[in-house]
Design a protein around this ligand. Structure first.
Ligand code: BES
Ligand code: MG
Ligand code: ZN
Length: 500
């Protein structure tokens, strides 16, 4: 998809589908819709009335363009109320434009450059947000099917005189990079477990390092090396599977002076059958998504090489598959993690926290200023927050606020939840230092986060993001996030890192 900024009168552009936005409160006071209505001899008002179009967020009103105009169709997209997030409204409207054009078999769109240039809603930010949604809405995963969908050829963002077109172009460039990272993550998640093995994840990491040049390096450790490092918890999860485990360590080092180092750990269970504590069939259907945290890390690194932020970043993935077999770990088995703590494994389906325990321990060797992990960790978080919101658990409020705020800016919703230490009693074991499941049926996301906290040094600033809900969409999430892997977290992490 080609995206360009063009100055001029939007009602005079040559295109297939012209898209203008309107706020609820000013449907007919908006300069474009008002003129449009005039050109249509007042028919727009009539149609809006007949179709109950009130410019609510996401609502659309479509009509054939008047003969005088150089386009096929005109669509008005509702931007909702003025006081809501303007950037997100711009994303949602841009996504809707692409979806509608695709549905109608149109290949060219001209879209209003939303907003007005001011600080938080600058031309660069707006163009970036619009680009993200335009490209993400056009995403398709075609690898395994014959019939490929069409994609949009050209989008012209039409800017009024006085708008900062230069900055808009920079925004488009930035948006493209963020989407490329997100697309990498989506593709990795959508690839079925049969192909997306730990080895494939490692190869993807190597590929990213190769195309990123000098700044991104990667190290891959195999079973023997992982054994040497004493990662008994991670090894326990991997031992039931025929696929080889791969421990992946990416590093991005800025070419200039930098002050901060962060480590991002992603859960990389390429398929989660539950192990001997086997999941029921229907719960297993989407479990190829259990490496979504890892996919986010790889998506992030795809972008880092191109954005070159002034922050050093470690990306760490303990990749393996959770399978039942004669070699699989049993409920009741006790293993020793790399930090020396012993763990009683009561349920082999609570495997993510075992792989993460060793990965988090490893990450802290590099003394990062901030340590963040992303994991499709618990079904309980989906019960609590639903399918679109991630939960953030942190021992540092400043860090967690920054992550949540970055999420607000990118439209990836996250909610801070308590790391309630009194619940630690629920994961105390009779026979080991800790057990991998809670003795209570309730608060499962908190006890999972508390389990992880047992592997975090007291001075380490750390946040755990449970993405079990939004990592994989079982129904379309919004106009620019369709079914399947969402790439959740890539854009938020980029934003957070750039603002450190
Ligand atoms: N991978 C799952 C969590 C999950 C659930 C991810 C739904 C995405 C969607 C995780 O490994 C798991 O099985 N967790 C168990 C933990 C339980 C056994 C304590 C769960 O949530 O049921
Ligand atoms: Mg599991
Ligand atoms: Zn899992």
């Amino acid at each position: 998809m080609e995206i360009l900024v063009q100055k001029g009168d939007i009602l005079e552009v040559a295109t297939d589908l012209l898209v203008v936005g309107a706020y609820e409160s000013e449907l007919l006071h908006d300069p474009f819709t008002e003129r449009l209505n005039e050109l249509l001899g007042g028919k727009m008002t009539k149609m809006a009335k007949a179709q109950e179009f009130e410019a609510k967020l996401g609502q659309t009103l479509i009509f054939a363009a008047p003969d005088k105009m150089d386009m096929e169709y005109v669509m008005v997209v509702g931007l909702g109320e003025l006081k809501s997030s303007v950037v997100e409204a711009a994303r949602l409207a841009s996504g809707t434009a692409v979806q509608m054009a695709k549905k109608m078999g149109l290949r060219k769109i001209a879209i209003e450059f939303f907003g007005e240039d001011h600080e938080e809603f600058s031309a660069k930010n707006t163009a970036e947000a619009m680009t993200e949604a335009l490209l993400l809405a056009d995403y398709q995963f075609n690898v395994y099917k014959k019939r490929k969908g069409v994609s949009i050829k050209e989008v012209i963002i039409v800017a009024e005189d006085g708008r900062d077109a230069r900055s808009a172009e920079k925004g488009i460039e930035k948006g493209r990079i963020c989407v490329d990272g997100t697309t990498v993550a989506r593709d990795l998640v959508n690839t079925p477990g049969q192909d997306m093995t730990p080895t494939r994840l490692a190869e993807a990491a190597e590929e990213i390092s190769r195309i990123s040049g000098e700044t991104v390096k990667v190290e891959i450790f195999d079973r023997a090396q992982v054994e040497k490092m004493g990662m008994g918890a991670y090894l326990a999860v991997a031992q039931g599977a025929d696929s080889e485990l791969k421990f992946i360590h990416l590093t991005y080092t800025p070419t200039v002076d930098y002050k901060k180092t962060v480590a991002v750990v992603g859960k990389g269970v390429t398929f989660d059958s539950g192990g001997l504590s086997l999941k029921p069939g229907s719960s297993m259907e989407t479990m190829k998504c259990d490496m979504a945290g890892a996919a986010t890390v790889l998506g992030l690194f795809t972008a880092l090489g191109r954005l070159q932020p002034k922050v050093a970043v470690h990306g760490i993935i303990a990749a393996c598959e959770n399978m039942p077999s004669g070699r699989a770990i049993r409920p009741g088995d006790i293993v020793k993690s790399a930090n020396g703590k012993t763990i009683e494994i009561l349920n082999t389906d609570a495997e993510g926290r075992l792989t993460l325990a060793d990965a988090l321990h490893y990450a802290q060797k590099f003394e990062p200023d901030y340590l963040v992990d992303l994991a499709t960790l618990t079904g309980a978080i989906v019960v609590g927050l639903g399918e679109e919101i991630a939960g953030v658990f942190s021992n540092d409020n400043v860090l967690s606020n920054k992550l949540v705020k970055a999420g607000e800016e990118t439209g990836e919703d996250m909610c801070a939840l308590p790391l309630h230490s009194a619940y630690k009693k629920l994961i105390q074991s009779e026979v080991a230092d800790i057990q991998n499941t809670s003795t209570s049926r309730y608060g499962g996301s908190i006890t999972a986060a508390l389990f992880l906290s047992e592997f975090i040094n007291s001075s380490q600033k750390w946040a755990h993001i449970d993405i079990a809900g939004p990592a994989f969409a079982e129904r379309p999430m919004n106009s620019y996030t369709g079914l399947g892997g969402t790439g959740f977290g890539v854009r938020t992490l980029i934003r957070w890192i750039e603002e450190l």
